[in-house]
Design a binder for this molecule. Sequence first.
Ligand SMILES: Nc1ncnc2c1ncn2[C@@H]1O[C@H](COP(=O)(O)OP(=O)(O)OP(=O)(O)O)[C@@H](O)[C@H]1O
Length: 260
Amino acid sequence: MSAAFVTFDDVSLAYDASGNAIEDINLSIHEGEFVAFVGPSGCGKSTFMKLCTGLHAPTTGAVRVDGEPVTGPLKISGMAFQNANLLPWRTTLDNVLLPLEIVKPYRHQFRKRREEFVGWARKLLKTVGLEGYEEQYPWQLSGGMQQRASICRALIHQPRLLMLDEPFGALDAFTREELWCVLRDLWEAQRFTVVLVTHDLREAAFLADTVYIMSRRPGRVIERRQIELPRPRALETTYQKPFIDLVQELRAQIGEVRSN
Ligand SMILES: Nc1ncnc2c1ncn2[C@@H]1O[C@H](COP(=O)(O)OP(=O)(O)OP(=O)(O)O)[C@@H](O)[C@H]1O
């Protein structure tokens, strides 16, 4: 395995006087690793994301990405959320291009390299099954298609770290499983580092190398579970006994957290 890419050393964060939202987090994520965070509502999963990407600073402890302390918003990360948040006045293609207009070093090259960037966006849209929808507006797309576009937007600037906060939470079960496979294929091809926050234990077990289970507030990591299922993983795996047993075990651990 490669060297640690994201490290948390004794990290705690208190937003206000009500006490720590997350507490004593120690972990390291390797470059190219796919990790998932699961835990009860309010345990600090989104807070963990904000610390990783520099949207919040820890109250105590240190967060490092690629060997450097995180001191402000991280340029090498891409993000997608439960709501696709596409801009309604932009076409799908222009939504995907947006980070290249904003993020350094691309923004200074945007006009000159536009054609090349459009090529990147078209290629990515094709990979996620959106070829032919480039000129459509978000309101002309289904929820699943919007989320596909949102993932393309998160990846267009070739981030080394992809942060996904419940990205498939609002989708129906079939679309969600389709998008797991889309994400799996993108990750297999490019091997960026992924931090996925989810409430869905099947999603975590299917996609991740490592699942972290967090306690109730103040959120602490109470379990680190390596997922040993061979890759590449087929969706059929999720209907087979070893996978079902694994999800049951994770569910039991979450159950313990909730009842404590
Ligand atoms: N900006 C903020 N100011 C004050 N408290 C906050 C802020 N953001 C989050 N919190 C609190 O910190 C705790 C952790 O919140 P966070 O959103 O990280 O949890 P979560 O695990 O992502 O929740 P959910 O699963 O419901 O999305 C909660 O108690 C929340 O109320």
